[in-house]
Write a new protein. Structure first.
Length: 277
């Protein structure tokens, strides 16, 4: 009886192998180009690994470019956006899950409506509004606009997790003398940590990799984020692929560390969100 199960387990893993190769190969190629000397990028043609590897591109990016500034700005914007959106989405998701009030359907419809407009159509009015408010070339301005775009989806995401928590738990706490906010903070939030982790991961990644708004609303290098900073490696007549790929590999590090830190809650949250009906 054990042999068929072992064969099935091996087949399952073999079936996943093509997907893993497909998903990880771009990252491998990113690393490969980042350690290839500039004079070998074109002379050696397509190879799985260069005949000679170097860390010169990483040294240049970290010591002779503005990438550390772009990296720091992206961390500030992404962490700030993730924190603001998660707090607002948790409160909004709880309200949508637990309360019935006049205009609730209209509010939900308007939140959904905000997700239907293409970003390119909103750039001009956002830029005009930001110019009048003095929020262009500002990390705070990026945090605000990223939060505005991510709160609706994150609120619906959090609502699905709050719907999975029985109301009897907080009602029992309130009978024992706790306020609704205390019951929310001490009972409901700990039970929805997987959902909070999933929301944090989604929002952090969205803010970390966003380019269009950062490109349109920021024109000063001192407050540019790393997606915009990558464009500095593109000149009028050439592209320094080695340095660009080295910067991209470095930019993957915080995202990898962030997801590694929340992976336990993230897997639970995605699984819970998939099975709730």
């Amino acid at each position: 009886m054990k042999t068929p199960k072992l064969v099935l387990a091996i087949l399952h893993r073999l079936a996943l192998l093509p997907y893993l190769v497909f998903a990880l190969f771009p990252i491998y190629w990113l690393v490969k180009v980042s350690v290839t000397p500039t004079n070998l990028l074109y002379s050696e043609g397509v190879r799985l690994w260069p005949s000679r590897a170097t860390l010169d591109h990483y040294v240049f990016v970290l010591t002779n470019s503005d990438f550390p500034i772009f990296f720091k700005n992206s961390l500030i914007v992404s962490l700030g956006t993730a924190f603001v959106v998660t707090v607002l989405a948790s409160l909004a998701g709880y309200a949508m899950s637990r309360f019935t009030f006049r205009g609730k359907t209209t509010i939900l419809a308007l939140m959904l409506l905000t997700q239907m407009f293409p970003l390119s159509m909103l750039i001009a009015p956002i830029f005009k509004m930001y110019s009048s408010l003095g929020l262009t070339n500002s990390l705070l301005g990026l945090i605000i606009v990223y939060s505005a775009f991510n709160v609706p989806f994150a609120a619906f995401l959090m609502q699905s997790f709050f719907d999975g928590v029985p109301q009897d738990l907080e009602e029992a706490a309130m009978i024992d003398g706790a306020t609704r906010f205390t019951a929310f903070r001490q009972i409901i939030l700990p039970l929805t940590l997987p959902g909070i982790a999933a929301t944090l991961g989604f929002v952090f990644t969205a803010a970390w990799s966003e380019l269009l708004l950062a490109l349109m609303l920021v024109s000063q290098g001192a407050v540019s984020t790393f997606p915009v900073g990558l464009l500095t490696f593109v000149s009028k007549f050439s592209v320094d692929f080695g340095q660009m790929m080295a910067a991209s590999v470095i930019a993957l590090v915080p995202v990898g560390l962030f997801f590694f830190a929340i992976q336990r809650f993230l897997v639970q949250g995605l699984t819970a969100g998939a099975i709730k009906g």
